[in-house]
Ligand binder design. Structure first.
Ligand code: SF4
Length: 320
């Protein structure tokens, strides 16, 4: 891949580029691009570079194994890697981990609810940490995000490198569209995989081509946005996690039983009884959906389910 280096305005080169690492295939491909491809490095991260992974506490075992591989790799390559765990103090309140939230609130993530988990478990901890990092490393005065604005004023916007693959452009967003002023003024998003037209398969091929194992796509085991195929993967290969998930859902349904039949008046004045006590899949509860997946994929071999899993799924967080 050749980059048009002459088109770069070097005066505009970010002082700090941060790779938001999900530990899936897309962000892993970006890390290896940075390490092995000098032109990529010069184009996207010519100055300081930091990699941050915010732990949801609910990643798959394979992802945690990949984490160790990536940590060792970064050490070897002299790349600064931060593994944000809850004990570091950047995860807040009931969001110490996905399960901590489910437990503390007798709650459950649902396809029917807004996607706040990625904001609470990934995006918020990353920016809380980053402001402290800016204070320690660059001497800005941290607090209420003022440190970001000071940094941007003195050194230019922080470039957030985000692993969204080509064909997933709809997940991209502009920092300038955000409602928070500090964010608009201090952050810029960059999506190199889209620029380079690297889709998921391209990322997998690139990772192999530089001699590394391809990790599984990263998302929480108890992610409400799983597909039926991924649910079947969980049933076959992570039954304990699935059992716990069913338990969290039933606890939530029990607690909010009074919402099972709520009278709702429509705009035409008609009253109907609506079940507002939703589970992970909405009105269908997990045991039923698990059975549905079991039946639907009964002819799929374990190998086929594993293959599917290797090429599907990611956290729905789109902007860091
Ligand atoms: S993987 Fe799913 S459950 Fe985990 S943070 Fe992302 S959206 Fe939420």
């Amino acid at each position: 891949m050749n980059y048009d280096l002459f088109s770069l305005d070097t005066s505009d080169a970010a002082k700090l580029t941060v790779l938001s690492m999900g530990l899936g295939q897309d962000s892993t491909a970006l890390l290896y691009k940075y390490a092995y491809d000098a032109e990529f490095r010069m184009h996207y991260a010519p100055n300081d570079f930091l990699v941050i992974f915010s732990d949801t506490g609910n990643e798959f075992d394979e992802t945690y194994r990949h984490l160790e591989h990536v940590k060792a790799f970064c050490k070897l390559q002299d790349i600064e890697f931060v593994h944000l765990t809850a004990d570091m103090g950047y995860h807040s309140g009931d969001w110490q981990s996905l399960e901590h939230f489910y437990n503390a609130k007798s709650a459950i993530g649902s396809k029917a609810y807004p996607k706040i988990c990625s904001q609470r478990l990934k995006i918020d901890p990353i920016y809380r940490f980053l402001e402290d990092f800016l204070a320690k490393r660059y001497g800005v005065k941290a607090g209420k995000k003022k440190g970001f604005r000071q940094f941007a004023k003195e050194s230019g916007k922080i470039r957030m490198m985000i692993g969204i693959a080509a064909n997933e452009e709809k997940r991209m967003s502009e920092a300038s569209d955000r409602k928070e002023r500090w964010y608009r003024e201090s952050i810029e998003h960059c999506y190199p995989l889209v620029d380079l037209n690297m889709n998921r398969q391209g990322c997998q091929e690139y990772i192999r081509s530089v001699g590394h194992d391809v990790p599984i796509p990263s998302n929480c085991m108890m992610c409400p946005f799983l597909s039926l195929e991924e649910l079947e993967y969980l049933r076959r290969f992570c039954p304990e996690a699935l059992e716990k998930w069913v338990h969290y859902e039933s606890k939530k349904l029990e607690k909010w039983k009074h919402l099972d039949s709520v009278p709702v008046v429509s705009s035409s004045g008609k009253t109907s009884i609506v079940n507002k006590n939703l589970g992970v899949w909405g009105k269908k509860y997990l045991p039923e959906v698990i059975e549905e997946a079991r039946e639907k994929f009964s002819k799929w071999t374990d190998e086929r389910i594993r293959e599917y899993r290797m090429s599907h799924g990611h956290c729905v967080a789109s902007a860091y």
